[in-house]
Design a protein around this ligand. Structure first.
Ligand SMILES: C[S@@+](CC[C@H](N)C(=O)[O-])C[C@H]1O[C@@H](n2cnc3c(N)ncnc32)[C@H](O)[C@@H]1O
Length: 228
């Protein structure tokens, strides 16, 4: 087994059981054909998909989709591709996209690592956002964390030069790991001063973030630009 294959076999998620609500199920049936993308469709061609060449935002792990839909509604001049594996979240985001008649969002129900590798062309993404990836608190589970050097190495070629990677977490130990990993790539420049977290960024508060706030967690954002 190759190293890459081995890494891909360690999943950064667990697909939890749990039924879809009737409205999520209906949304899947009604709207997947319009807004859903499948890995076997191959490389995304923005112009064909969206009918324009607006900047492309790629969000990994949108959860229930509130913040992604909010951003897409507020930015009709950008296209958004979201990826998650959580079935109720897929049903939920499809319903919201349809309710708001957004034509600038598409979603995959799949592992983002595979979608990136198989569907995103090199130098095609303007912004990658990963908000509150599963923190995998226990040390023995840290290998499941999404933000690791090997993953960033696979992600970077997909980002355009000048493109931005925006991460956020409510778990300090993971925030420190993120900062260390991203700072290790000379082709990335921290938009905050070197070694600092970002204080100037725009994004909606996410569902998971609100939960963390209720538990008294802090929030750390990181924004790095691809400079070469
Ligand atoms: C803690 S939740 C955060 C959700 C949302 N961003 C928020 O802040 O409310 C992390 C999400 O990432 C998704 N996820 C984790 N690893 C993933 C992967 N490799 N590909 C796609 N989604 C993934 C999970 O299914 C989950 O919905």
């Amino acid at each position: 087994m190759s190293d890459t294959q081995h890494r891909r076999d360690i999943k950064s998620y667990v697909v939890r059981g749990g039924r879809l609500t009737v409205s999520q199920q209906k949304a899947l049936e009604n709207y997947w054909p319009e807004y859903g993308l499948e890995r076997n469709q191959g490389i995304v061609e923005s112009q064909l998909l969206f009918g324009n060449d607006h900047p492309l935002v790629f969000e990994i792990g949108f959860g229930m989709g509130d913040s992604l839909v909010e951003m897409a509604a507020a930015s009709p001049q950008q296209n958004f591709i979201g990826v998650d594996v959580h079935p109720p979240g897929i049903g939920m985001i499809l319903r919201k996209i349809a309710e708001r008649e957004l034509d600038n969002v598409r979603v995959y129900q799949d592992d983002a690592k595979l979608v990136l590798a198989e569907c995103m062309a090199d130098n095609s993404i303007d912004r990658v956002q990963i908000f509150f990836p599963d923190p995998w608190h226990k040390k023995r589970h840290h290998k499941r964390r999404l933000i690791q050097a090997a993953f960033i190495e696979e992600l970077l070629p997909k980002l355009k030069k000048g493109g931005v990677l925006h991460l956020a977490t409510d778990w300090q130990n993971y925030a420190e790991q993120m900062l260390e990993v991203l700072s290790g790539f000379p082709q990335l420049k921290n938009l905050a001063a070197s070694g600092n977290f970002s204080t100037e960024h725009e994004r909606p508060v996410t569902k998971f973030e609100r939960r963390g706030e209720r538990l008294g967690h802090g929030v750390w954002d990181l924004q790095f630009r691809k400079i070469s």
